[in-house]
Design a protein around this ligand. Structure first.
Ligand code: ATP
Length: 122
């Protein structure tokens, strides 16, 4: 698979865990998935569902993405996700994150053949 699909999985897929709120999950995962290199990425969402279920979102009807392209697709179902948000006062290289697990529908941008998620538009 292409580099953009791989980058999507690195940044946004974590099928195997279900973190507790206010845990150190985001501090560890943001570092482990290399989003604290050079700067602290301010916001990032991890999806705790099987990869197949996330890839299947690309079959939902096309909708407009935030960038004006129309290769976005919204999940039919609520998904378990965790939002990681940089804490106020966190300064690189000490990237400290809030860990906020929620259920929500997510929107992905899909590209390529196979047509797979390359960007989270939520
Ligand atoms: P992601 O890592 O999931 O792309 P992000 O959390 O880094 O998202 P942004 O910084 O908003 O959030 O993402 C911008 C990136 O997403 C850019 O590389 C841009 O090319 C890509 N992108 C945005 N919209 C689309 C789209 N409709 N189709 C493909 N890629 C897109």
């Amino acid at each position: 698979q292409g580099p953009r699909a791989m980058m999507f999985r690195r940044q946004h897929m974590d099928s195997k865990s279900r973190p507790n709120p206010n845990s150190t999950y985001c501090n560890q995962m943001m570092r482990r998935r290399r989003m604290t290199v050079g700067m602290c990425k301010p916001v990032n969402i991890f999806v705790h569902e099987p990869l197949k279920d996330v890839e299947d979102i690309c079959i939902e009807p096309n909708i407009l993405c935030k960038n004006g392209q129309n290769n976005c697709h919204k999940s039919k179902f609520l998904m378990n996700v965790t939002a990681c948000r940089l804490t106020n006062g966190s300064r690189y290289p000490k990237c400290k994150y809030h860990t906020s697990p929620t259920m929500r529908q997510i929107t992905v941008a899909c590209l390529g053949d196979p047509y797979v998620p390359v960007h989270l538009d939520t």
